[in-house]
Structures are given as C-alpha cells and as structure tokens.
Design a protein around this ligand. Structure first.
Ligand SMILES: NC(=O)c1ccc[n+]([C@@H]2O[C@H](COP(=O)([O-])OP(=O)(O)OC[C@H]3O[C@@H](n4cnc5c(N)ncnc54)[C@H](OP(=O)(O)O)[C@@H]3O)[C@@H](O)[C@H]2O)c1
Length: 248
C-alpha cells in the first residue's frame, strides 16, 4: 500500500494516478477537505486528511493501516511550494514557511513512518516487508535561481536532511526503512506548457520568447521520469544507499 502526501498538487496527483492504474492501493493525503478535488477521486483507492503541520498528527500512519489492512510499504512526500520571491520582499514568515515544508514536514513524516514500522515489526516479528520513503527535493538545491534564495537553500537543506536521516536509520534503528529523495529539474508535461512559460517569465524574469525557447529546449524533467524512479524504488529494482539523492 502506498501513501502519498501532497496529493492535491501536480506531482502528487500524477503519482496517485500512476500507482492506482497499476492496481496498487493508494491512500492520498490532503491537508483538509477544501484541498481535495473530488474530480480526482478515481486517482486513488482512499484518502485521508492529515495536517502534518500539527505535530500531534504524528500518529497518523496507524490510522491508514487499520483501515486498509495492508502494510504501507511506500510513502511518497510530494508536499512543496514554488515560492520564489525577491530578496527585498521576503519576510521571516516566508523563509520559515518554506523551511517548514522542506525540512520540518519531511522530518515529521520520517519520524511517524519509523514509529509505524517499529509497531509493525512488534506485531509481525519475522516478516520481511521492506519499507521505502521518498521525499521530493529539487535540482534547485545546487542550481541557484534568481528570486529563489529561500526555495533553493531549503531544498539543499532537504537533501542533507535525507542523507543524515538515512545514516541515522542505518546506524541506530534495526528497521528496514530506506529513505531517499528525488531531485528533479523543472517538471514538465505537455498540459503544463502555459504554466511553464508563466513560471519562467514571472518567476525567473525571462522574456516571453526566451521562455518559449526554454520550454521547447528539452531542459525540463518529465513527470514520467520522476514516476519511473519511484516505481523502480517500489519494485525493489533500484539498489541505493540509505539517504541517497536521485538527481534527474
Ligand atoms: N513542479 C516542478 O517543476 C518541480 C521541480 C522540482 C521539484 N519540485 C518539487 O516537487 C514537489 C511537488 O511539486 P508540485 O509541482 O506538485 O507542487 P504543487 O502542485 O504546488 O503541490 C504542492 C503540494 O504541497 C501541499 N502543501 C503545500 N504546503 C503545505 C503544507 N504546509 N502542509 C501540507 N501540505 C502542503 C499542497 O497542498 P495544498 O493543496 O493543501 O496547498 C500540494 O498538495 C515539491 O516539493 C516541489 O518543490 C517541483
């Protein structure tokens, strides 16, 4: 069974749709009811509301398992924000918000998942289920973007956070959890062409023609390639060290 955080977003929805179409049980996680677009209800098996900003919800995974009676062997965290902002317009709240999304939330999800796995093995000693947790980072962690100081730096923090968590899990917990992150470039698929150009002109300050050229240049990361990596992780086809960062 797969749990997808950030299921209301672009990538989250595609991840849900892909695994649901593969016949997997997919639980989509929304912050609250207003984020759930009911038109997408055929993209997942079930859904839940889980606002991880509230740390009291660290118990959340246990609820999912009770309802669907199958171990959650893959968690994909697609929570994020593309919060580019000019330095002189940035507030402390902006920075804290982005850092919360890219460090505190991933850490809370990892903590909850470890807690869930610990409980799982207490109840199912001798089982051989392997658990995987994928956080979505960004290539922006190493490519500076104009107006992206807090986005890029918080993604750099996420990449290092995942490395540290992988090391800690290997060294201190006798639990079969692999945590990794995927760092895509700007993600594109044909439906997003208008969005891509808007993002390049408004956020990165490109001229319209330059944005169209960039959009046609093949420099974007396809959503399919991100999903292919997640699928390979889910199927055990990728062998990687705990804390690994897949750059796409
Ligand atoms: N799209 C790209 O080009 C691109 C490129 C590289 C990396 N990435 C990364 O890929 C991930 C997904 O991107 P996307 O394009 O799918 O973004 P998106 O469409 O903006 O979706 C973001 C998701 O995060 C959720 N979210 C935002 N703030 C949250 C919070 N405080 N607590 C809980 N959930 C929150 C949103 O939920 P609500 O609906 O409730 O707001 C939404 O489901 C992000 O980490 C992004 O940085 C994206």
């Amino acid at each position: 069974m797969i749990v997808v955080f950030g299921a209301s977003g672009f990538l989250g929805k595609e991840v849900c749709k892909y695994f649901h179409n593969q016949g997997k049980k997919v639980i989509a996680v929304f912050r609250n009811e207003s984020d759930r677009n009911k038109d997408h209800d055929n993209c997942y098996t079930g859904f839940t509301y889980f606002d991880i900003d509230n740390s009291s919800s660290a118990e959340g995974f246990k609820g999912f398992e009770e309802e669907y009676d199958e171990p959650i062997n893959l968690v994909v965290n697609c929570i994020g924000t593309l919060s580019y902002k000019k330095l002189m317009d940035m507030t402390v709240d902006d920075f804290v918000g982005t850092l919360t999304i890219n460090t505190i939330i991933p850490e809370l999800i990892t903590q909850s998942y470890l807690d869930y796995i610990d409980d799982y093995y207490k109840c199912n000693a001798g089982d051989t289920v392997v658990f995987n947790l994928v956080h979505i980072a960004s290539l922006a962690y190493k490519i500076p973007i104009t107006f992206g100081a807090h986005y890029c730096s918080s993604k750099a923090a996420l990449a290092m956070l995942v490395k540290c968590l992988g090391k800690e899990i290997d060294e201190h917990y006798k639990l079969p959890l692999s945590v990794c992150c995927i760092s895509p470039g700007m993600i594109s698929e044909s439906k997003m062409e208008k969005d891509n150009i808007k993002r390049l002109t408004e956020l990165k300050g490109m001229s319209y023609d330059a944005a169209v050229n960039y959009n046609n240049s093949g420099k974007f990361t396809s959503v399919e390639s991100v999903i292919l990596v997640i699928d390979s992780i889910a199927n055990g086809k990728l062998v990687y060290s705990n804390g690994y960062n897949f750059e796409l």
